[in-house]
Design a protein around this ligand. Structure first.
Ligand SMILES: [Mg+2]
Length: 412
């Protein structure tokens, strides 16, 4: 494993993202302590809070009632996922102007890999990203940026001087600033793993630094320990892509699409989008869930399991089955939201393909591949199964699961 002297990774982690988005949008609360909750209730906990609130002793996960006691002037806002996702998409587009985003880790964290000559200009590129974000996204939506030989150290670097951090970690300066961190500050070390490390006599980052990579592997009981050890020491390693567990899309309905007769069209579109992403990553799914939310706040969800498949027709068929069941049980006047998720994801190689592939599924898989290939070439969904209406707001109103990469093909 080569030690990488160069800066290969720029990691961008936004500070108190939801709270700062609220501040950006609403100038009158910019100087105030702001907390964001998922539900409008005094018993709910803060999912995030701004740094003004942090300095007043407010922590994430604190109940609203407790936060108000500690900080009576705290401004509480209910999270608006659609707004945050819209800004997330603009952020990705802005970062991409300067350096390609390699991976989106969450709604407010992303990683860019530097290649070739970019490595010599790492600081310049990262400053251009920082300035571009300030100018085009907003000066209150601040990122903390870490530059390092690998993604792991980049993330650590981004954490070191929050908020508004800009930290460069060179391999030759290691372990240096890492020594003041505790083990659980390192990404990927959960409290359970910390206990295991402690039991093995590894009590600090210094201890972890000093053990051998083989020892790290033994403590983890997997190659993951060796990988983390190597990254901590500044090696650049390619991670195998992790297996995804689900592909889902949800949508808040408006106008005529609240009518259960029209909501199904929306759900069809979401199903096809999820199936398209699944196929792009070469997966199959063996289960589907559909969730419905009525305007009167009642909810229904159901799921179905089936032989692994990957074609639109099968997923649409199962989705329809669930939808009809849901509508029959719920009898909603109007729907407020729909959600579809494909799960029990596997690579074709992970199962015995022949076991599931009948003449009929083979035929539909082939047809699906032909359609995908054509649509990809045309960059538009020209061929598809059944109705595909124009949905008001287009993709912009759709929520994404925080952790998945939205890419160009999701937009048709
Ligand atoms: Mg963040």
């Amino acid at each position: 494993m080569p030690l990488s002297k160069s800066i290969n990774s720029i990691y961008i982690d936004f500070d108190a993202f939801f709270a700062n988005v609220e501040k950006q949008i609403e100038p009158s609360i910019r100087a105030m302590p702001v907390g964001v909750v998922a539900l409008d209730s005094a018993h709910t906990a803060l999912i995030t809070r701004c740094y003004v609130a942090k300095r007043a002793g407010i922590s994430r996960g604190m109940r609203v009632s407790e936060a108000r006691k500690l900080c009576p002037d705290i401004v509480i806002r209910v999270a608006r996922p659609d707004v945050y996702v819209g800004i997330h998409n603009k952020i990705i587009a802005e970062v991409n102007k300067h350096v390609p985003v390699k991976r989106v880790w969450s709604i407010d964290e992303m990683e860019c890999e530097l290649i070739g000559r970019e490595r010599e200009k790492a600081v310049e590129i990262a400053r251009a990203v920082q300035n571009g974000l300030r100018r085009n996204i907003g000066e209150f939506i601040t990122p903390s940026i870490g530059l390092a030989p690998n993604q792991f150290l980049g993330k650590v670097a981004a954490e070191l001087e929050k908020p508004n951090g800009f930290v460069l970690l060179h391999a030759e300066d290691l372990p240096g600033r890492l020594l003041k961190l505790s083990l659980s500050d390192l990404p990927g070390i959960s409290s359970g793993m910390e206990k295991r490390l402690n039991a093995a006599g590894v009590l600090s980052v210094q201890d972890f630094w000093n053990i051998s990579s083989k020892h790290a592997r033994a403590i983890w009981g997997s190659v993951e320990g060796e990988r983390m050890w190597a990254q901590l020491h500044g090696h650049k390693i390619e991670r195998p892509t992790t297996t995804r567990r689900m592909f889902g899309h949800s949508r808040v309905l408006s106008g005529e699409f609240k009518d259960p007769k029209r909501a199904i069209d929306c759900l069809r579109l979401l199903t096809v989008k999820a199936a398209n992403r699944l196929r792009r990553e070469n997966y199959t799914a063996a289960a589907i869930s559909v969730s419905l939310r009525a305007q009167n706040k009642t909810r229904w969800s159901g799921d179905l399991q089936f032989a692994p498949c990957r074609d639109d027709r099968s997923f649409l068929k199962y989705m329809h089955e669930l939808y009809e069941r849901g509508i029959a049980e719920m009898r909603p006047q109007n729907l407020a939201g729909v959600y579809v998720m494909l799960h029990q994801i596997a690579l074709p190689a992970e199962r015995n393909r022949d076991l599931f592939e009948t003449h009929d599924t083979r035929k539909w898989n082939t047809l699906t591949d032909v359609m995908d290939g054509f649509n990809r070439k045309e960059k538009k969904a020209i061929i598809h199964l059944g109705p595909r209406p124009e949905i008001p707001g287009g993709y912009a109103g759709a929520k994404i699961a925080f952790g998945r990469v939205p890419d160009a093909e999701d937009f048709f």
